[in-house]
Ligand binder design. Structure first.
Ligand SMILES: [Zn+2]
Length: 446
């Protein structure tokens, strides 16, 4: 779990002066320039962006200015200050919010809640205990918690060489191969205490080892005294790249693509198919390995299926711990996938993905949003409050990492249940997310 306690203590909490009121402005359809103009209005002293909602603190005159812009605005009661608000990120366990708290903004994985002093005390205690159920963050002035793609400044146009590369590699992603692997993985109980975990481990190892140029090892680590294993494959950069453009081994960058293959449920002794969580992401690692094994790239790429994630990110933490410093210095970026195949509306509905990282890695994340815009119909949001999955192990070590997770996972009724089976999934969504990821990998390795 992420050590965000220190971050909370280090932040001075923002607070409104008595004359100011907090308000929530609906900026879902604002676009980047209109959104920026609201942030800069006279009388608006600070703001926090949470997806389609902009929380502002404004003087009475500032509120008049905000309303004049024309977006729906919900002015909060005069008794509500920033100290009564917390940003909540849903984690790997479900936990109800404490009594006395109300959700003001619901963006799926991320919510803004308001609470009385009792509720806030309960939340802050959970934060100190590093609850795996809820990521709890204070409201920070000038911070983008979550940004909709429509509210991002557009990137400069992709060069024609890059856009050809992105569409070429995206075209190699096979939904059918990925789907076959999801079904295979979901056939095993992959909880770390089950025999199926070892069978899945060996099967993933054989899948990766069958790819040309891939060197595969198994990494053992302990989870609460029990052995568990990551499967690690490395694809070096020189194999298919043009002779002239390939840096020497020591000068090559390193990309890491990971997703956990272990699973859990309410009855782990008998069934934990974990189709969405996380056969979808582990099969995604295998599919991206296949694609990159047949695509020229001049950097090295490690593909890793983590275990022990459900008990608290043990596998990714062990992987980062054991990575030599020289290897860490070569890392250009890390992509993890956890739950990439559930769409509430199925094939016909909107296909949403959330990219999660820290603000300082926004440029790295941009490779993914750019690739998504070029070759998919995904609706992309970017969150800068990372929490509760394998990307956090890398971010805590100061490495640039993103998580790709479907936008609807926390509305999935079979999450961590023995009913999390492939028939509940929307393969089209995973296909789109994998096209985005393959495109970004091409951009990052060439
Ligand atoms: Zn998971």
């Amino acid at each position: 779990m992420r050590n965000f306690i220190l971050a909370i203590l280090a932040l001075s909490m923002v607070s409104a002066t008595p004359a100011e009121r907090l308000a929530i402005v609906n900026v879902a359809t604002a676009g980047p320039s209109k959104l920026n103009s609201v942030k800069k209005l006279a009388g608006v002293s600070w703001w926090t962006e949470i997806g389609g909602s902009l929380l502002v603190s404004a003087t009475p005159a500032g509120l008049v200015n905000v309303k004049r812009v024309g977006f729906a605005t919900n002015i909060l009661g005069p008794e509500i200050a920033a100290d009564n608000l917390r940003v909540i990120v849903a984690g790997h366990e479900s936990k109800p919010l404490p009594a006395g708290s109300v959700t003001l903004v619901d963006e799926g994985r991320i919510r803004l809640v308001e609470g009385d002093s009792g509720a806030i005390a309960v939340l802050d205690q959970l934060a100190r205990e590093k609850s795996p159920a809820l990521g709890i963050f204070p409201v920070e002035a000038g911070h983008v918690v979550l940004q909709l793609q429509a509210n991002q400044n557009p990137s400069s146009k992709m060069s024609s060489r890059h856009s050809a590369m992105v569409s070429d590699v995206a075209g190699k992603v096979s939904r059918e191969r990925w789907w076959g692997d999801v079904q295979k993985l979901a056939g095993w109980n992959r909880h770390i205490s089950a025999a199926g975990n070892i069978q899945a481990r060996d099967w993933i190892k054989s899948r990766l080892a069958s790819l040309p140029g891939m060197e595969v090892t198994v990494q053992e680590f302990k989870v609460q005294g029990r052995s568990a294993w990551n499967v690690v494959g490395i694809l070096t950069g020189e194999r298919l790249a043009q002779e002239s453009g390939v840096p020497a081994a020591g000068d090559r960058g390193l990309l890491i693509v990971g997703g956990h293959f272990d699973s859990t449920s309410e009855r782990t002794s008998s069934a934990a198919p974990g189709a969405e969580d996380n056969a979808s992401g582990a099969a995604g690692v295998i599919e991206l390995a296949r694609v990159m094994a047949e695509t020229p790239h001049s950097q090295d790429i490690i593909f890793v299926a983590f275990s022990g994630e459900e008990q608290g990110l043990y596998g990714s933490a062990a992987f980062v711990d054991e990575l030599p410093d020289l290897e860490k210095e070569r890392i250009r970026g890390v992509l993890t996938m956890d739950m990439i195949a559930y769409a509430k509306g199925g094939n016909g509905g909107p296909l949403g993905v959330l990219i999660e990282t820290e603000s300082e890695y926004a440029a790295f994340a941009r490779n993914f949003t750019d690739a998504a815009a070029a070759v998919t119909k995904l609706q992309v949001s970017t969150s800068y409050n990372p929490f509760g999955s394998d990307h956090v192990s890398f971010l805590d070590a100061g490495l640039p990492a993103i998580l790709a997770i479907d936008a609807d996972w926390n509305r999935y009724g079979h999450y961590h249940r023995s009913t999390d089976t492939p028939d509940k999934l929307t393969p089209e969504l995973a296909h789109e997310i994998l096209k985005m990821n393959a495109g970004a990998l091409a951009l990052l390795t060439n």
